[in-house]
Design a protein around this ligand. Sequence first.
Ligand SMILES: [Zn+2]
Length: 246
Amino acid sequence: MMTRAIVKPFDAFCDADVLIASLTRSMLLFASQIGAPFRLRWSRMAEAEADRHTRPPRSKVSDLRVKSDWGDKTLVKPAADDRMSELVDTQLKDRHIIAAAHQAKIPIIVTRNVSDFGTADLKRWHMSAVHPDAFATVMIVAPVYRELLITLAHHRSQPPNDPSSIHAAIGKEHPTLFRAMEELFPGVVADLGSNDPPKYLHRGQCCYLCGRDFESDQVSYLGVHSDCMSAIADCTVLNSAKWTVY
Ligand SMILES: [Zn+2]
């Protein structure tokens, strides 16, 4: 008999490249506040990198974190040098990310550059690197997505600032999520993207929802077991005080 998967709310470590991408960042932060069962965390070093890439009139992530209700525990401690020295095949510029996440006992890194994180390093520390397109597709169920786009529209003064046009804009960077939600917005076409679709959606040998390793015959392009993914809807209902029934 199949055992029903149980998914508990968990922390996910946010790479600097996701903090820089304002629509992706807002989408994930608001989704977690509306009821998706995760909380984004990051390091001051990642935040500083994002701030360096932010030009006016856009607000720096550090300023937004202080002004917004993102919680006192958003920042994790920087990685210790001895932890970083254990790494072998992660890009040098990203070693502080994976080491800080591991030190904070956060097994998942949400990053737009999955391939920067080494297979051997992820395996040894039992971690996953996941593209935000895959992560959002797993973690955001349809009722939350609909409320999320209404919330984003309310907070944006400049276009895209209505749910349909935000959905189209999300389709440019997040084609998998766009396709998963297209029944909510019939006829809406994704904005044309200047970037190629992500080459890798996931890297790692374990499901970040349950922590179990994948069997060799399991294909999981989103980085989770299918039964774990189906449990997200229940988890979302149970853990959101703000959840709205449509
Ligand atoms: Zn699983």
